[in-house]
Design a protein around this ligand. Sequence first.
Ligand code: ADP
Length: 193
Amino acid sequence: MLNIVLFGPPGAGKGTQSEILIAKYNLIHLSTGDIFRANIKGETELGKLAKSYMDKGELVPDSVTISMLQAEVEKREDAKGFIFDGFPRTSAQANALDAFLSIKQTSITCMLALEVGESELKDRLLNRAKTSGRADDADPNIIQNRIDVYNRETAPVAEYYKAQGKYKGIDGIGSIEEISARLFAAIETTSVS
Ligand code: ADP
């Protein structure tokens, strides 16, 4: 299986690049943010809970997020591989993902980390707010909180994959096509087991 963690701060382009990667490599895209938003739209209990955190730019608690992600993986028995987008976002999530995949006799192939500076991220998110309808994109204070939470809780997850020799940093500045080409090159130099 080809199991990719697509990593990077809010606004780095994970969603856009995921769409391109799933088409090329025939993978299943699991975006925790998208799944939470679908639950908010469907007015489920999970959606109500997630919204109370997302609206503030905080992380949804690990216990809730981990069990939801595992259930989504379980639903797709015949998958050739997954792109995890927005997960893992904490060290506890990274540990849980490894444990869970090893029970399924597979593992993470690599982490592809999109690198984009903070001022560019803020510009992109405010710009996305014009069309996304996302409350968490429209308010500069919430954006700042998301970036702070990323730096504090999520950035350390990169160390976890670096220690396993699975981390690949990708320059996230350029056209969509340029960045996809960098991602393809990184995937193709990774051995898949
Ligand atoms: P972005 O990467 O642009 O911040 P996402 O759509 O990935 O957007 O996430 C939006 C929000 O959903 C996050 O700010 C957080 O509240 C929640 N969320 C998404 N993924 C996770 C996760 N793995 N753990 C906890 N909360 C999450």
